[in-house]
Design a protein around this ligand. Sequence first.
Ligand code: TRP
Length: 334
Amino acid sequence: MLNDKKILYSGMQATGTLTLGNYLGALKNWVNLNEEYECIYGVMDLHSLTVRQNPAEFRKNARSLYALYVAAGLNPEKNCIYYQSHVPGHAQLSWILGCFTYMGELNRMTQFKDKSAKHTDNINAGLYTYPVLMAADILLYQADVVPVGQDQKQHLEITRDIAQRFNAVYGEVFTVPKAYIPKAGAKIMSLADPQKKMSKSEENPNASIWLMDDRDSIIRKFKRAVTDSDTVVRYAKEKPGISNLMDIYSCVTGKNYDEIEKEFKGKGYGDFKLAVGEAVADELAPLQKRYTELMADKTYIESMIKMNDEKAAFYAAKTLRKVHKKVGLTEMIK
Ligand code: TRP
């Protein structure tokens, strides 16, 4: 890399539209790491293929994810924001790493177990080797840190195991990445069922806030959020609904739980819900505006994609050459 900053790598699948949970739990934190690290963010479209996609919709979602990254504040002129499928090294390294991964390890992946239970009609090999491709994503760029949510920790563990196993045979080829669990940015739960994570693949329209929801829908959904029969705004394990709303309010306003409890002392849940809804709508408004502008400016966004694809491909090719050499693959004769 060009400077001595540590390398940060992350990405999201290019499936569906993002929720407030994706934004507060990941995207917003990524923006805060912009300066500290050399950041690389992928639109993880190859991973999305583990589930059947409608091609036209899929293309649209991938572009929309790219624009959302930028609209949220990731700078494509400074960070490398690119499409996974545009860099062939991911698939290439994934094959090699697959030969260093045991089926026993993949069998233990909880996400594989969950996803195959959910899609019993399509338990494909891609779903099974998903963590290997993810390891390739990360190791290809010699990432030092990977900000991930709790649900991806196991995938990061296996990435580290694969890297260490490979390094033990061939020397220090890969940087062994560390998980970066952000301080701020709680796990945002469903508004309809605060025991469940707010999900992209949610069917209940009141459960998730979509990043492109308009102000009225946002406020309406917060007004309907499931809470409890108490009336006091207080953070507590037995009050998951209110605690979730407090997390959201805290992420958006920067206030801590004490401050929030004071602010709403003597007021009911109604006032609090309205305040959360308004704060979220205010937070998302500039992002939405920027997103709309970006989606209309095809030339700009495509020039950014092109530039960053090339940048990513350059880094990736470098690692891949090294790996090929180490394992004894020969070069193409020119
Ligand atoms: N599996 C991640 C998710 O669903 C997405 C992902 C793919 C990823 N490759 C990655 C995240 C590499 C971090 C690093 O959230």
